[in-house]
Design a binder for this molecule. Structure first.
Ligand code: GLU
Length: 295
């Protein structure tokens, strides 16, 4: 009887431990590594967000490893974790981050309109975009490449589109959609654009296009999610430094995010974020975090 009771106590203790372990930030739980002692200048974006107890973040919902909406309705991935690190540094919990989908073409617009406070969405830093918004980072450097069906042998790199009529799919207003144009012999016929990469992947599966082009890490995510169906054709042929998009010329907020990225890189949160998300994708590599560009 007494032993039974002890066993029962032990079982309850083990259960309790299990439950508290589930509440950690690894599984997207409520907390995160929250900095509660922070104070910010009155009127700063940081203080406003802290007071609002909420940060609105635009991310991708269809990109395995970076931002993929789960069955629970919550997005998961490296970009999602980067957003949570920024929120935690503002004194906000993971639950106080409000994610919405921001496909490539609307990213500048949702920042300008204030629909979101930041965009963390495989977002390449470039001068054209800098005319409308500002970027913190980079926090990662990807590169554009091409994905084809496993049985494809005619496409071996971007130059293959000059000598064939093969069709390639990408996303409206993405840098890869723009970069691939110079390799096409007939842009009107060869370039197919959708608003999300999942639609390109569906078109590749359905033989409506012969290739999908975007950043290597995005394509590796689709390759791993669709085992045996797709492969990369050739190496990367651009550099895509990922930044955190924010309102143009909000320099204090940009500095704060840059400081946060550097701190997270030093204290291990950056690597942990990678290892628990995109780091699980075969062949996805995390070189050292790029040097922050404090322009
Ligand atoms: N990094 C590229 C871009 O920002 C491609 C990925 C994407 O469309 O999100 O346009």
């Amino acid at each position: 009887m007494r032993i039974n009771r002890l066993v029962a106590y032990a079982a309850v203790a083990v259960l309790a431990l299990g439950v508290s372990a589930c509440g950690g930030d690894d599984d997207g739980g409520d907390g995160g590594d929250v900095s509660t002692d922070k104070t910010f200048a009155a009127g700063s974006t940081m203080q406003k967000l802290k007071d609002a107890k909420k940060i609105k973040v635009g991310t991708k919902f269809d990109q395995p490893g970076f931002g993929l909406k789960g069955l629970d309705g919550k997005p998961a991935g490296f970009d999602v974790e980067i957003a949570k690190i920024i929120a935690n540094e503002l004194g906000l919990t993971n639950d106080q981050v409000e994610f919405s989908e921001s496909p490539s073409a609307v990213r500048e617009q949702v920042i300008e309109q204030g629909t979101v406070d930041i965009v963390v969405a495989t977002y390449t830093i470039n001068d054209t975009r800098k005319q409308r918004i500002s970027f913190a980072g980079p926090y990662y450097e990807a590169g554009q490449t091409i994905m084809v069906r496993n049985n494809e042998s005619d496409i071996t790199g971007p130059d293959s589109f000059k000598t064939t009529n093969k069709k390639v799919c990408s996303v409206t207003n993405s840098t890869p959609a723009n970069n691939i144009k110079k390799y096409l012999s007939n842009e009107g016929q060869q370039l197919v654009l959708f608003d999300t990469y999942q639609k390109c992947v569906d078109a590749l599966t359905g033989n409506q296009v012969d290739a999908v082009t975007t950043d290597n890490v995005i394509l590796l995510g689709f390759i791993s999610k669709n085992e045996g169906k797709f492969k990369l054709a050739g190496d990367t042929f651009t550099k895509e430094p990922y930044g955190v998009g924010l309102k143009k010329d909000d320099t204090d907020f940009r500095n704060f995010i840059n400081d946060t990225l550097e701190k997270a890189n030093q204290d291990g949160r950056y690597k942990k974020a990678w290892d628990s998300t995109a780091g699980k994708i075969p062949n996805a590599k995390l070189p050292a975090m790029p040097t922050i560009n404090r322009y």
